[in-house]
Ligand binder design. Structure first.
Ligand code: F42
Length: 145
């Protein structure tokens, strides 16, 4: 079941437009960016408790999905990273018509290395984004609850 509560669309127009198109068409449109597939994730606001939605590049393996907090190599983590740290069990994944409930876990160590390789294979620009920033890009694995 999708996260309940008030939905606060992204302050970035291109992001909220992509979410709107994706949801309206059940993932038939708005499902790519720069020719690569995207998935829509919902998180619970760490401060506001509102529902937040963000499309991210699709990095999937054995039914689990990765959330990569790259933000194009910007110096700060995306706000949704704080949301997931505060509410790791308040996340949904939409890859197609139906969202499903997941649990997120921040990856570290060898598991992180393994998934980072998958991320770069799915979207090679992630490697450039990591080069552009001092921070280590946080990644979260989302599995079905
Ligand atoms: N971003 C990525 O980081 N990685 C990707 O792979 C990626 C792919 C992608 C594909 C398509 C597309 O349209 C966008 C894509 N983006 C990707 C951008 C992504 O969807 C997010 O816009 C981006 O990661 C920034 O996330 P953000 O959570 O910082 O969103 C900003 C713009 C935003 O709306 N911020 C809100 C604001 O008001 O400034 C706050 C949102 C929020 O969650 N607030 C929390 C709350 O309580 O409500 C508090 C958070 C806190 O800091 O405690």
């Amino acid at each position: 079941m999708p996260l309940q509560g008030e939905y606060e669309p992204s302050t970035q127009k291109w992001v909220r437009d992509q979410v709107e198109l994706y949801e309206r068409t059940g993932g038939r449109e708005g499902d790519t960016i720069v020719g690569r597939p995207v998935v829509v994730f919902s998180t619970r606001g760490a401060k506001t408790g509102k529902v937040r939605k963000q499309p991210l590049m699709r990095v999937e393996h054995d039914g689990a999905y990765l959330m990569v907090g790259s933000q194009g190599g910007k110096p700060t983590d995306p706000a949704w990273v704080h949301n997931l740290r505060a509410h790791p069990d308040q996340v949904t994944v939409q890859d197609g018509p139906e969202p499903w409930d997941g649990v997120a876990r921040e990856l570290d160590g060898p598991e992180r290395e393994e998934w980072w390789e998958r991320a770069v294979a799915a979207f090679p620009n992630y490697a450039d984004y990591q080069q552009k920033t001092e921070r280590r890009i946080p990644i979260f694995l989302v599995e079905r609850r």
